[in-house]
Design a protein around this ligand. Structure first.
Ligand code: FAD
Length: 457
């Protein structure tokens, strides 16, 4: 669409990953986009109040990196130039799932190790370079404006932080990107709509995270991930990041006692892991600041796609629609794929956009939600319905982890699906299924011609 054909005003509520990506795709077809956020938005890569998860390890999956590269050409190279670490998700990462070590070999699944504030700051800078996008920080969204018959959203009510005079801003489209604590359903209810049905699962999981200094030659991996399992409900993650850091998170899942928050003994938690690399790394590395603890909130999936009545001109994206246990690091990637979906649906026109978008977004969410919630429901302490599908998939994935420790093809299939690069059917492709049902002897590995990407600063 040429600049001339752009028309109308769109408002995005929330200037975090979901809101910024929505603004980026809306900028292709709306003449003006205004993004409101209640936070003071920092100019540097620092944590902020509205995104408390920013203190915890974040990684960007392969599909997320691909979409961000499409939306912001030069994305990965620009961030790498500031210290972020591009990584081959199977070759540069130590994966231990259910106590089984996935065969490590380069496969071309490319992710990015970068802190959450740095990623957001980069995306914000690129979005604000767009001539038709304006950002209004320190403005809290209070509710929606609608036509008299309530059939169409016509704008928003916002309050400047510290002010006492509510403002009204008109727009043809309002996108709620205010994250997992959003009030979108309440705003709709105020206009006489039902609230979307919510699927809820409490993962009963606690994260305790801390940064450590990263120095050359410390480790031969860019990331280490030991996932918790019902047999051993403790795990941990260490991911290289810009600023010569390791972002480290200790995890207690399924109601297990929270990890150690004591700065002196924090690293000892990693002694329990099935692989000792993280413990060895942390016992010698220099901590940068104290550990930060977070009890993960309840995972919520809002079923907008099932609503009988929806007003024209209202969308919700990213965590405002679905937020789940970040064990597989899928949240930002889902936000990116939803932005791509929004772009595709807008390319078909604006008629019935809300129905088309929520339906297509639900398809994007299905797989990561099933993966994350299925893994949570393995723990007896996590309430929720164990359907036949959940039990079957959990049984199959447990066997798959055994096979992935012997055959790189099986690990590749698992990571392709978890990275949203392949449909879940890939896990049942004949070559994978055969090895899952009969792991047999390990597939011979070619002798490496070079050492894996070193995680050096
Ligand atoms: C501990 C933890 C670790 C995670 N690790 C990963 C990972 O490794 N990889 C990954 O991809 N994802 C990860 N995630 C998920 C990821 O952080 C989220 O999916 C992502 O941040 C969602 O972005 P969002 O824009 O929807 O919401 P948020 O990032 O939550 O942002 C919401 C924004 O809305 C603003 N806001 C809220 N209310 C209002 C209001 N009324 N008016 C105006 N503004 C408002 C806030 O200030 C904020 O800017 C993790 C999450 C957690 C909790």
């Amino acid at each position: 669409m040429s600049a001339k054909e752009k028309s109308g005003h769109a408002i995005v509520l929330g200037a975090s990953i979901g809101g910024l990506l929505a603004a980026r795709v809306l900028s292709e077809s709306y003449a003006k986009i205004t993004v409101f956020d209640r936070d003071e938005l920092p100019t540097a890569n620092i944590d902020r109040r509205g995104v408390p998860q920013g203190e915890h390890s974040h990684g960007l999956l392969a599909r997320g990196r691909q979409v961000l590269e499409e939306l912001f050409p030069g994305f990965a190279a620009d961030l790498a130039a500031t210290g972020a670490v591009p990584l081959d998700i199977q070759g540069d990462v130590v994966w231990i799932n259910d106590g089984h070590r996935l065969v490590r070999t380069p496969t071309g699944l490319q992710g990015l190790a970068v802190s959450r504030p740095a990623l957001e700051s980069y995306v914000r800078t690129r979005v604000l370079e767009l001539p038709n996008v304006e950002l209004r920080a320190r403005h809290e969204a209070l509710g929606l404006l609608a036509t008299e018959d309530r059939g169409r959203i016509t704008g928003v009510r916002v309050l400047p932080v510290g002010g006492d005079e509510e403002q009204r801003h008109e727009a043809e489209l309002v996108v709620d990107a205010t994250g997992r604590g959003n009030r979108g359903p309440t705003w709709l209810a105020e206009l006489g709509y039902d609230k979307p049905v919510e699927d809820l699962v409490d993962p009963k999981t606690t994260y305790v995270s801390r940064n450590y200094r990263r120095t050359p030659g410390q480790a031969d991996f860019t990331a280490f991930l030991c996932s918790p399992s019902p047999q051993q409900p403790v795990g941990g993650v260490a991911i290289a990041a810009e600023g010569d850091r390791w972002m480290v998170t200790m995890i207690a899942a399924g109601g297990a006692p929270a990890p150690i928050s004591d700065p002196e003994t924090y690293h000892e938690y990693a002694k329990q892991f099935a692989g000792q690399e993280m413990y060895e790394l942390l016992s010698k590395a220099e901590p940068l600041g104290p550990p930060h603890r977070m009890r993960l909130p309840v995972s919520v999936r809002r079923r907008y796609e099932h609503m009988k009545r929806l007003p024209i001109g209202f969308l919700a994206v990213a965590d405002a629609v679905c937020s789940f246990n970040p064990a597989y690091g899928q949240g930002m990637t889902v936000a990116a794929v939803e932005a791509a979906v929004l772009r595709d649906e807008l390319a078909k026109g604006r008629e019935n956009l809300q129905r088309r978008f929520f339906k297509a977004a639900a398809k994007v969410i299905d797989v990561p939600w099933d993966i994350a919630v299925g893994a949570d429901l393995r723990y007896d302490a996590v309430p929720g319905k164990r359907t036949g599908k959940v039990k079957f998939l959990n049984g199959y994935v447990a066997k798959l982890h055994v096979a992935a420790a012997r055959h790189p093809q099986v690990g590749h299939a698992f990571l392709s699906v978890a990275n949203l690069m392949a449909a879940p059917q890939r896990l049942f492709a004949p070559a994978v299924l055969r090895r899952v049902l009969n792991p047999g002897t390990p597939t011979p590995q070619p002798t490496p011609t070079s050492s894996p990407t070193p995680a050096t600063a």
